[in-house]
Ligand binder design. Structure first.
Ligand code: FES
Length: 231
C-alpha cells in the first residue's frame, strides 16, 4: 500500500504523492495523460526525449519546464501544468523535430499526429533510431549486459556496440529489439520536405490508428481487420 506524504496540484486537480515519486507516476495514477517516448515501465527513467515536459512552480517561484518522468517530488505545494501554452509549444516543437528526423518510425508519426503537427518545417531525415535509449537501458538494467551504448554527439549520435564490433556481452537475447519503438511497425511515411504521411493524421475521422491496415494495425475498430477476421 502506498503511504502518501505530499500533496500537489496537477492541472488544477489536488492530488497526493509519495516523496521520491515522479510527477509522471503521480499524474498517471490520477489518469492525467502526459505523452512520453523514452519512458518505459520497469526501466529507470532516462529523460532523453523531453516529450513529457511539464511546467512546475511553487509559491512565487516562476514556472520551470521539467521532464515529468525524472522530476521527483519532495515537497508539498507544487503546482504542475501539463498543458500550458508554453508546454504545448515546446512539446509540438519536439514532436516536429522527432518526426522530421524519423518519418518512417510509426511512433514518431503517432506522436506528431497527437501533437497536432500537420506540416514539418525541417529537413526530413530517414533515421530508424529515435535515440530514446530504451534498448541500452534494457541491455544494462534488465539483462545486465553492457553490449550497447550511445556514441557520437549531435546529429552523429547513435546506438552502437563498443567499437562497433559484436560485443561478448551480447547474449543474443534480442531484448533490445523487443523494446525498440522503431522496430515496432514501420510507418510507410514519406520524406518529402514539409509533409507527413497523413495516414495517422486522419485520426479525427477514423477512431482506429490506421485506415488501410497497411501498417499492420488489426485493431477491432478497423473494418478491414474485422472483415479479415470473419473470413
Ligand atoms: S518520457 Fe520523459 S524524457 Fe522521455
Amino acid at each position: 500500500m502506498i503511504i502518501f506524504d505530499t500533496s500537489l496540484i496537477i492541472d488544477d486537480i489536488k492530488v497526493q504523492g509519495k516523496k521520491g515519486e515522479t510527477i509522471l507516476e503521480v499524474a498517471r495514477r490520477y489518469g492525467i495523460n502526459i505523452p512520453t517516448l523514452c519512458f518505459v515501465e520497469n526501466l529507470p527513467p532516462y529523460g532523453a526525449c523531453r516529450l513529457c515536459v511539464v511546467e512546475v512552480s511553487k509559491g512565487t517561484r516562476p514556472p520551470n519546464l521539467v521532464a515529468s518522468c525524472t522530476y521527483e517530488i519532495y515537497e508539498d505545494g507544487l503546482v504542475v501544468n501539463t498543458k500550458s501554452e508554453r508546454v504545448v509549444k515546446v512539446r509540438k516543437m519536439l514532436a516536429e523535430l522527432l518526426v522530421a528526423s524519423s518519418p518512417n518510425v510509426k511512433i514518431a508519426q503517432d506522436i506528431a499526429a497527437r501533437c497536432g503537427i500537420k506540416e514539418v518545417r525541417f529537413k526530413m531525415g530517414d533515421n530508424r533510431c529515435v535515440l530514446c535509449g530504451i534498448c541500452i537501458r534494457m541491455c544494462h538494467e534488465r539483462m545486465k549486459g553492457m553490449a550497447l551504448g550511445f556514441v557520437g554527439r549531435g546529429i552523429d549520435r547513435k546506438v552502437q556496440m563498443p567499437f562497433n564490433k559484436k560485443s561478448e556481452d551480447c547474449i543474443l537475447c534480442r531484448g533490445c529489439e523487443f523494446v525498440c519503438p522503431g522496430m515496432e511497425i514501420p510507418c510507410q511515411g514519406i520524406n518529402i520536405p514539409g509533409q507527413l504521411c497523413g495516414r495517422c493524421l486522419r485520426m479525427d475521422d477514423a477512431p482506429y490508428c490506421c485506415t488501410l491496415g497497411s501498417f499492420g494495425c488489426w485493431c477491432d475498430h478497423n473494418p478491414l481487420a474485422s472483415d479479415s477476421k470473419k473470413t
